[in-house]
Write a protein that binds this ligand. Structure first.
Ligand code: SF4
Ligand code: SF4
Length: 369
């Protein structure tokens, strides 16, 4: 049975004269949590440690606070490791978050800098999101995955996931932070979209798709699927909706990004990846959305584990047991994520990870004060 360590982030001080208690800060508590869980213990001097998080996009206001990432970076340094904070570019070719420069600029405006994080920020899949290592995988649906290059090169990876809802996957935690967040643009496409793009009869031959294609895969109104690196740019730029593609269902998206997570674990080595889930500001939407709605349940705390499945199962269970916040999207049903998104179920990701043997669905929750 996997061990999942937990610390509450509540600070229920009642006496006014005892208000000054720095040890009640979530930043102090994460230090104790990481010590007790032992997840940093095997970091060796000089090892390069990727701290994989999600900065959100311009307009997101409830992504993970920089002070938590900074504390983890400082603890990695105290073990002799060389941390860098990382994430990958978004799917597509039009928005600023689709490229490393835009991603870093938006992150800086949200308070994530090398100074606040005490580590450099390095976007793991390169300037445009295609720097990757191709990995063959026996997944439920995918056979090849493009792991972001700097994740592949890291000695160790620590997933720092803001645990929250997601409108197609149901929830986003460690499985999604690794499965979507550690792969390059081509694999993000393969997770989200069923097949390569195709030009339809309503094309007006404006040429915009030809211009944006980074690999010259469009000739004579036909897409060469062998050349296409699945960036989604042509579909984004077409004002006539003449390029068709179909988004994956919730179950297929979940199974596909769990396949991607398996590839990352296979390549980096599952013993070299550890997980911290922050059950703080548990918003209904992903941090890719340019807004942050009210959280669905109160802040619950922080979890740490060396098991990618156990930590997400424990996180889902804690959210489902918690009271809902009245002025939020939450509905008081057994699976709160399914309650908000009828087409999604928490079990899709969890069962897919169990089927591929990524971790243990049974866990022991160990409280840390
Ligand atoms: S952008 Fe759309 S309309 Fe223009 S050439 Fe491409 S498919 Fe045709
Ligand atoms: S054809 Fe492929 S590579 Fe070219 S823009 Fe479209 S999705 Fe991107």
């Amino acid at each position: 049975m996997a061990k999942v360590y937990f610390t509450s982030t509540r600070a229920p001080v009642k006496e006014p004269h005892r208000w000054y208690q720095p040890r009640l800060s979530g930043v102090s508590k994460i230090e104790q949590l990481l010590k007790m869980s032992g997840i940093l213990e095997d970091i060796k001097k000089g090892e390069i440690v990727a701290l994989k998080t999600h900065f959100g996009v311009r307009g997101t206001t409830k992504s993970l606070r920089s002070m938590f990432i900074r504390k983890v970076a400082q603890m990695v340094k105290s073990k002799g490791g060389e941390p860098f904070v990382t994430e990958t570019t978004g799917l597509g070719m039009l928005r600023e978050q689709c490229f490393a420069i835009g991603k870093i600029k938006a992150a800086e405006e949200s308070g994530y800098t090398s100074q606040t994080l005490s580590s450099p920020i390095i976007i793991a899949d390169g300037l445009r999101g295609f720097d990757s290592v191709a990995v063959s995988v026996e997944g439920s649906q995918l056979k090849k995955v493009y792991v972001a290059k700097h994740i592949a090169e890291a000695d160790k990876v620590i997933s720092l996931a803001h645990f929250k809802g997601h409108m197609n996957a149901g929830f986003g935690g460690a499985l999604k932070n690794i499965g979507i967040g550690c792969v390059a643009k081509t694999s993000k496409y393969d997770a989200h979209i069923y097949s390569p793009p195709k030009i339809n009869d309503n094309c007006t031959e404006c040429g915009a798709c030809v211009k944006i294609c980074p690999v010259d895969a469009i000739r004579d109104l036909k897409i060469d699927v062998e050349k296409c690196i699945r960036c989604q740019g042509c579909a984004e730029v077409c004002e006539e909706d003449a390029i068709s593609f179909k988004w994956t269902s919730s179950k297929d998206l979940s199974e596909r990004f769990v396949d991607c997570a398996k590839s990352v674990l296979d390549l980096v080595g599952s013993a070299n990846i550890k997980y911290v889930n922050f059950l703080i500001d548990i918003t209904p939407h992903c941090d890719c959305c340019p807004y942050s709605d009210n959280p669905i349940v109160p802040d619950l705390g922080i979890l740490a584990s060396d098991d990618i499945l156990a930590i997400d199962k424990a996180s889902v269970d804690m959210v489902n047991k918690a009271p809902i916040i009245a002025d939020s999207m939450a509905i008081n049903v057994e699976d709160k994520f399914h309650g908000m998104y009828k087409w999604a179920r928490s079990s899709y990701q969890l069962n897919a990870a169990k089927k591929l043997g990524l971790g243990d669905i049974e866990y022991e929750l160990i409280g840390v004060d």
